[in-house]
Design a protein around this ligand. Structure first.
Ligand code: MG
Ligand code: NI
Length: 486
């Protein structure tokens, strides 16, 4: 008889879900599922609204990723107002948006690494739950806690200066941006009182990487073996193959590094990507049409980006990228916990990008917007902190949105997260039928590596809690525990 274990609210994950672990007659894990149990139809909610409202409205999708949705929607509407994609904007429009985006990547990755991930690393998967959180970090690693707060603050100030507000900004508009950066802001970001200046951010990003690399040497089993598996990887890359988080062509590679999505135009994403619906969850399962439902799934996010990109166009991050690549001899890296390493390289890259952009004269003067021949339909794709984010809109003759289709980063990582959960459950269930604290923690650590935003994935508002169940072949619940979200 097969049995089933369910784990409820996964903590330190944005949103809510359910984990069910299916056991066979010998209490061996046969399958694990991460379910999303709530769905709010944002794509329908936005129908009928004037298209120019979309970049502001879509930020209601998620309190965690508003800037990413703001920019992805604006990029789709650039196409609709005839401004083209990416470098169709004025230099000011594109560079201001990039600065906003790198500020967002920086603060989001910092939040994830220092607040959500580092407690697992510093106190261990089976560490004291009373310490294994951000309070523990503040108590025992004070300097890290202080850096985390200041780095987030810096990223948020960049967002405020470019988007108008820290949350629910209005900076990006169809065809460009609505403001320049001021000389006072420039002075603040470049020469602001220590530690709130961009050079300090670069220093601390390097320090965080050194901390991780030292930790890696001492904890190879956790970092290299836990929830490691082969997969395809997808991201945008710049036309010349450089890492580019704001704009590019879609590239996919398989586990051997072979190109399976050959630098294609994302306006045609529906030709290449489809989504499968399964009865037990509201979160869809995207896959590459050319490979099919079974094997066409892929990973997105920092790890995927390190795998798809040929190089990083800022010098310090490029050096770290070379070390990262050398670790697997240049082969694609499938180790879930290396997502943290990749994220830290992107923190450094974002800090370097912010510095370059703050020093760029185009940010302080020049035309803000462009317009061309109006189109009925447009697709905007961006590399959000959590991975590739698709926004697609079609409008009617009255300028109202008549169709919206979103594929969010976390949805792209649906199969990878299920795979990681199953590997963690297998390792920690070990023939038991009971839900134990170390098993729940291990599953959480596996999910957390992907930094999922379940509120985005369900197109819902606010946070949701996860629930754990162990079930047999006949669906009988053998154990059931609830964990509160934070
Ligand atoms: Mg969707
Ligand atoms: Ni989100």
């Amino acid at each position: 008889m097969a049995k089933k274990v369910t784990i409820e609210p996964v903590t330190r994950v944005e949103g809510h879900g359910k984990v069910t672990i299916h056991l066979d007659d010998n209490n061996q894990v046969v399958q694990s599922r991460l379910h999303i149990v709530e769905f709010r139809g944002f794509e329908r909610f936005i129908q009928g609204r004037p298209y120019w409202e979309a970049p502001v409205l879509v930020q209601r999708l998620c309190g965690i990723c508003p800037v990413s949705h703001h920019l992805a929607a604006a990029k789709a509407l650039d196409v609709i107002v005839g401004a083209g994609t990416g470098n169709g904007l004025t230099p000011t429009g594109e560079k201001m948006r990039r600065l906003m985006h790198y500020g967002q990547i920086f603060q989001s990755h910092v939040l994830h690494f220092f607040h959500l991930a580092s407690p697992d690393l510093l106190f261990g998967i089976d560490g004291d739950p009373a310490l294994r959180n951000v309070i523990g970090i503040a108590l025992e690693h004070k300097e890290l806690a202080v850096q985390a707060v200041m780095m987030r603050k810096f990223g948020q100030e960049i967002i405020k200066a470019t988007a108008g507000k820290k949350v629910h900004g209005t900076g990006a508009i169809p065809g460009g941006i609505n403001k320049h950066l001021t000389q006072e802001e420039k002075d603040q970001f470049l020469n602001g009182p220590d530690p709130l200046n961009v050079d300090k951010m670069i220093d601390w990003s390097l320090g965080a990487l050194e901390f991780f690399k030292g930790y890696h040497v001492a904890n190879k089993d956790l970092i290299d073996k836990f929830a490691a598996f082969p997969s395809n990887h997808v991201s945008l890359v710049r036309k010349d193959g450089a890492l580019d988080l704001y704009h590019g062509v879609l590239r996919g590679i398989d586990n051997d590094g072979k190109k399976i999505l050959n630098d294609v135009d994302y306006q045609d994403y529906l030709e290449y990507i489809d989504e499968e619906v399964k009865s037990w969850t509201y979160m869809k399962f995207p896959y590459l049409r050319s490979i099919g439902k079974k094997d066409g799934w892929y990973r997105v996010g920092p790890l995927a980006r390190m795998n798809t990109a040929d190089f990083i166009p800022t010098p310090l991050a490029q050096k770290e990228f070379e070390i990262f690549q050398a670790y697997t001899g240049g082969k694609p890296n499938g180790m879930s916990m290396h997502m943290h390493w990749a994220r830290l390289i992107e923190i450094l890259h974002s800090a370097e990008m912010m510095k370059d952009l703050i020093n760029d004269p185009d940010i302080y003067s020049g035309d803000l917007t462009v317009k061309g021949t109006k189109q009925k339909e447009g697709v905007g794709v961006i590399e959000a902190p959590r991975g590739t984010l698709f926004h697609h809109y079609r409008i009617n003759d009255d300028d109202q949105i008549e169709m919206a289709n979103l594929i969010v980063s976390t949805t792209n990582n649906n199969t990878p997260m299920n795979t990681a959960v199953n590997l963690a459950a297998k390792q920690f269930m070990n023939g038991q039928t009971e839900i134990t604290e170390p098993m729940m923690n291990a599953v959480e650590v596996a999910i957390r590596a992907y930094d999922p935003c379940l509120s985005c994935a369900t197109h819902a508002l606010g946070k949701m809690p996860i629930d754990f169940k162990v079930v047999n072949k006949n669906g009988k619940i053998l154990d059931h525990k609830l964990k509160n979200g934070e």
